[in-house]
Design a protein around this ligand. Structure first.
Ligand code: 5GP
Ligand code: ZN
Length: 108
């Protein structure tokens, strides 16, 4: 946990978010500034700065995130029409929140 991290604050309940799912490993909530009719963020509870900081030990976390994204796409009824899964990596890759997250975008 990082004191000043926005997503850690959301996970700790210090900042509100529209949660759609949560378990011991990750949380899913709506993006505050959606770029698509459905725009969810799949966020591990563990504070990992970006993809660059992933280690072998985090394999299961990332796999869980991808499987949950697939499940949420089905739940949001965008699985058949299609969707995008995006990891922005560091500033040049468009990352602004430095706590690993997977964007699920769809429903156009
Ligand atoms: P990034 O550009 O880092 O990959 O994406 C961060 C995303 O988090 C952005 O799409 C932004 O709209 C979203 N976001 C930033 N702050 C908050 C917040 O406080 N609550 C929620 N729900 N989303 C946020
Ligand atoms: Zn964090």
């Amino acid at each position: 946990m990082e004191e000043d991290c926005t997503f850690c604050k959301i996970i700790r309940g210090e900042k509100s978010a529209d949660f759609l799912y949560q378990d011991e490993s990750l949380v899913v909530f709506k993006d505050i500034r959606p770029h698509a009719p459905v725009h969810l963020l799949i966020v591990p509870r563990k504070h990992i700065r970006s993809m660059n900081d992933l280690t072998e030990q985090d394999k299961e976390i990332v796999l869980n995130m991808i499987l949950k994204a697939k499940e949420m796409a089905k739940k949001e009824a965008i699985a058949d029409s299609g969707y995008r899964l995006v990891f922005n990596v560091e500033r040049g890759g468009g990352q602004y929140i430095f706590h690993l997250h997977l964007h699920l975008l769809g429903g156009w």
